[in-house]
Ligand binder design. Structure first.
Ligand SMILES: Nc1ncnc2c1ncn2[C@@H]1O[C@H](COP(=O)(O)OP(=O)(O)OP(=O)(O)O)[C@@H](O)[C@H]1O
Ligand SMILES: [Mg+2]
Length: 256
């Protein structure tokens, strides 16, 4: 039986009269890739913002690996093992691709004064390890020949891949990917999807899970084992991709 990794219950969020989340609940188990689908403005990004502590909830609870993370800060939630990408990329354009990944690692050497002053050698070893791991991840993403170029010099698709690599660098148990392939050229889409699938395969007893927001149903079909359909902040239905696609409420929301 799979463990419940993330349990969210009764999430509510209003923005000045707009209901972004309306009593939304779901469970994500260890090792699954779940697609979060729904029309524009349905509340998908708001759900990610709520889970990662980027906005405060009106009501509801968020539990991760049994720990109550409701109302915790983004830094605390990230340290518990939840990483995310952003719909609008948040890379530092002026610095190199490699440095963007190195900055994403938790606990940068020198981040804490104590480490910087007293644990210089440990910091150096950690820095070397991070560097090797970052280069490995960039290689997997097909960006090995771009490590020294500024992030802003990458194509849009490459920047999206880089933001995924930054997310992977955190070695989180739950990854929240907000439209990782939207606007990306087809050959880059395949690269990104295989990276996401490898993520799940790579695990041993450390079962990672992914929630992926995506509008393209072909993409969803390639990677997701389960779908959650949200509209107007409410979970309308969930289940296998085929069952959700054939649900009349989903058909109506997309075609009606
Ligand atoms: N910070 C905010 N302030 C005010 N309204 C907001 C804010 N964030 C989201 N909303 C509103 O909440 C609703 C849900 O927005 P959200 O961004 O979660 O939708 P989405 O499902 O991610 O849509 P899309 O597919 O277009 O990215 C929308 O009506 C949006 O305008
Ligand atoms: Mg969104």
């Amino acid at each position: 039986m799979r463990e419940n990794l993330l349990v969210v219950e009764g999430l509510c969020k209003h923005f000045a009269g707009v209901v972004a989340l309306d009593n939304f609940s779901c469970v994500i188990t260890g090792g699954e890739i779940v697609g979060l689908i729904g029309p524009n403005g349905a509340g998908k990004t708001t759900l990610f913002n709520a889970i990662t502590g980027f906005l405060s909830l009106d009501h509801g609870t968020i539990r991760f690996q049994g720990e109550d993370l409701t109302h915790q800060s983004p830094a605390k939630i990230a340290s518990c093992g939840i990483a995310r990408t952003f719909q609008r990329l948040r890379l530092i354009g002026q610095i190199s691709v490699l440095d963007n990944v190195l900055l994403a690692f938790p606990r940068q050497p020198g981040e804490q004064l104590f480490n910087a002053v007293f644990h210089h050698q440990i910091s150096q070893a950690q820095e070397w390890h991070n560097r090797q791991h970052a280069i490995h991840l960039l290689d997997e993403a097909g960006l090995a020949n771009k490590t020294e170029v500024p992030a802003k010099a990458l194509s849009y698709g490459q920047q999206k891949l880089l933001s995924l690599v930054c997310c992977l660098a955190r070695d989180a148990r739950l990854l929240l990917l907000d439209e990782p392939v939207a606007g990306v050229a087809p050959h880059m889409v395949d690269k990104t999807l295989s990276l996401i699938k490898d993520l799940i395969k790579e695990q041993s007893n450390h079962k990672r899970s992914v929630i992926i927001i995506e509008h393209d149903m072909e993409v969803i079909d390639q990677v997701c084992q389960r779908l959650i359909f949200i509209d107007a902040g409410t979970k309308i239905c969930e289940g296998s991709p085929q069952a959700v696609r054939n649900d009349p409420r989903v058909i109506e929301a997309y075609l009606g």
